[in-house]
Design a protein around this ligand. Structure first.
Ligand code: NAD
Ligand code: UDP
Ligand code: UDP
Length: 331
């Protein structure tokens, strides 16, 4: 490498903070940012994340891990902040709902305060849950949602909605450079085996030959995005021109019923598990599918990994976890 190339490599190297970096999405993001040549500071309180998810990154001299709860202030010097810290599955975010609202709201205030002081660009992992149980289908970013503010999902939905409000107020009031992504159901290797999400539950049940727990009649829909596609969307949004603040939907617009998902998992695993119908949880959205026109036009992004391929890769991951419990991520 000549001197010019070396200098340009250092000029484009950024100090990136990833909160929730030891979690499912965060660990894939840390990996991707390191591969791009950046320095990564992973901040996590290990509530649902695990060291195992980032063990393969620890030898990289550009990677650093800090145990810290972002509901407390954090003083570090960085160029970019990816704010992912928050339990994401209904089982985990309902475990301590007050803490879920705190991490969403107080955590966002601290990270926005950090961005304001350092001038760092800041990215918020928001969610399709801001649309609640939607009455508009598929969901565009203009849709304002149908959220029950006092139900069991509200700590997450309303916490994330308030975080979006804070992002746009820090942007308007303090000129903070923001990026807000609304993530739709994502799956892939390093999903937490005990997070109760439909993809992890069905795969683990199918591999163990246990009944597949189908809530309701299985006619409710979701659209499942493979993790690699999602991370590509994150990177494109963070590197888009400054006026592209979002909110922007990132997800796979191929809608599937939960019953179809169960059938696909059974087929791909070759399992003989039977389907067991269970009651539908309170406030469980009946239909969810992103309109990704904005991501297509502003980021030239769309998902590439078909469901069967992504499920195959996730099944192989869970086979490894079951075969070698050291790979699993205990709560
Ligand atoms: P995850 O539970 O695997 O990761 C969340 C991480 O945040 C974990 O490592 C956890 O230990 C950490 N964390 C939680 N509270 C913290 C705190 N107070 N301080 C520091 N760290 C804390 O979940 P995920 O699926 O990787 O989700 C990452 C982000 O993406 C979340 O903000 C979530 O709301 C959002 N999201 C995910 C999905 C999805 O389908 N996976 C969908 C919509 C939104
Ligand atoms: N904050 C932080 N790191 C920083 C700067 C601020 O954690 O580098 C926290 C700080 O504790 C404060 C919050 O971010 O509670 C919001 O900061 P801001 O400057 O917006 O508000 P103020 O300090 O004026 O209340
Ligand atoms: N679900 C199911 N069986 C399970 C876990 C979930 O039928 O073992 C259903 C759940 O009721 C919901 C859908 O699958 O309708 C997606 O659930 P998940 O918790 O993965 O995500 P979210 O509801 O947050 O979209």
């Amino acid at each position: 490498m000549n001197r010019k190339q070396l200098l340009s490599k250092f000029a484009s190297r950024k100090r990136c903070l990833v909160t929730g970096g030891a979690g499912f999405l965060g660990s894939h993001l840390c990996e991707r940012l390191l591969a791009m040549g950046h320095e990564v500071l992973c901040v996590d309180n290990f509530f649902t994340g695990s060291r195992v998810n980032i063990a393969h990154l620890l030898d990289n001299p550009r990677f650093e891990v800090m145990r810290h709860d972002i509901t407390f202030p954090l003083y570090v010097e960085v160029d970019e902040i990816y704010n992912l810290a928050c339990p994401a599955s209904p089982v985990h975010y309902q475990h301590d709902p007050v803490q879920t609202t705190k991490v969403s709201v107080v955590g966002a205030i601290n990270m926005l305060g950090l961005a304001k002081r350092t001038g760092a660009k800041i990215f918020q992992a928001s969610t399709s849950e801001v649309y609640g149980d939607p009455t508009v289908h598929p969901q565009t970013e203009e849709y304002r949602g149908n959220v029950n503010p006092i139900g069991p999902r509200a700590c997450y939905d309303e916490g994330k909605r308030c975080a979006e409000t804070l992002f746009f107020d820090y942007h308007r009031q303090n000129g903070v450079n923001i990026r807000v992504v609304r993530i739709f159901n994502t799956y892939g290797p390093r999903m937490h085996p005990a997070d109760g999400r439909v993809v992890s539950n069905f795969i683990i049940q199918a591999l163990a030959g246990e009944p597949i727990t189908l809530y309701g009649d299985g006619s409710q829909t979701r659209a499942f995005c493979f993790v690699d596609d999602l991370i590509e969307g994150f990177i494109r949004l963070m590197n888009a021109p400054d006026e592209v603040t979002g909110p922007i939907n990132i997800g796979n617009p191929v809608e599937t019923t939960v019953l179809e998902l169960a059938e696909r998992v059974l087929k791909l695993t070759g399992s003989n598990s039977r389907i067991e119908f269970k009651p539908l949880p309170v406030d469980d959205p009946m239909q969810r599918c992103p309109d990704i026109s904005r991501a297509r036009s502003l980021l030239d992004w769309q998902p590439r990994v078909p469901l069967d391929e992504g499920l195959g890769r996730t099944i192989r991951y869970f086979q490894e976890v079951i075969g070698n419990p050291a790979v699993a991520t205990p709560a």
